[in-house]
Design a protein around this ligand. Structure first.
Ligand SMILES: [Zn+2]
Ligand SMILES: [Zn+2]
Length: 174
């Protein structure tokens, strides 16, 4: 796993997987490789089930109504998915921190990285920095990495579509 657990990458990847869940173990593996993960062990159907289960619970973290609820749900994921930090230099990537045991499957790796990455994101930038796209027919999850921290849409496309719609509604109202 070469994703920087302190950076945005793991959280962006979990958002992507949540909005478009992988349909097979093979697709999961391909997307992990594309996201920069080093695959230590063959990906198995059990990994897919494990990841899909994690994503369902992670979505509840996004949809939590209060900071306390969000923290409690994420603490549950952290307790199950992560271990105390440890140093490792596998895969010639240089020394870095893992929050997981060595030699576990991809499902376990993704859970650990996703849970820890989300915890670092929320504590670093703010507990409100996860949400659902405000465009009614979209509803995609997003993680807000913006400077201002006031993101409401999953993408520029959704923000633009809603702006056009509001503009038209206003003109009709005149
Ligand atoms: Zn690693
Ligand atoms: Zn959207």
């Amino acid at each position: 796993m070469q994703l920087n657990p302190y950076g945005e990458d793991p959280v962006r990847f979990v958002v992507e997987l949540t909005n478009v869940p992988p349909g097979s173990a093979r697709e999961l593996e391909e997307r992990c490789v594309a996201a920069g993960m080093v695959i230590d062990r063959p990906v198995e159907p059990g990994d897919l089930a494990e990841v899909l289960g994690f994503l369902r619970r992670w979505a509840k973290v996004v949809d939590a109504g209060t900071d306390e609820r969000r923290a409690a749900l994420l603490n549950g994921l952290l307790a199950e998915a992560s271990t105390p930090p440890r140093l490792t230099d596998h895969a010639d990537g240089g020394w870095h921190i893992h929050y997981r045991e060595d030699g576990i499957g991809l499902g376990g790796v993704l859970r650990a990285v996703g849970a820890v990455g989300t915890a670092l994101h929320l504590t670093g930038l703010g507990m409100h920095r996860l949400g659902r796209c405000a465009l009614a027919e979209c509803g995609n999850a997003y993680a807000d990495f913006s400077r201002a921290g006031r993101q409401r849409y999953c993408s520029h496309a959704c923000a633009n579509r809603d702006a056009v719609r509001r503009h038209r509604a206003k003109r009709r109202a005149l």
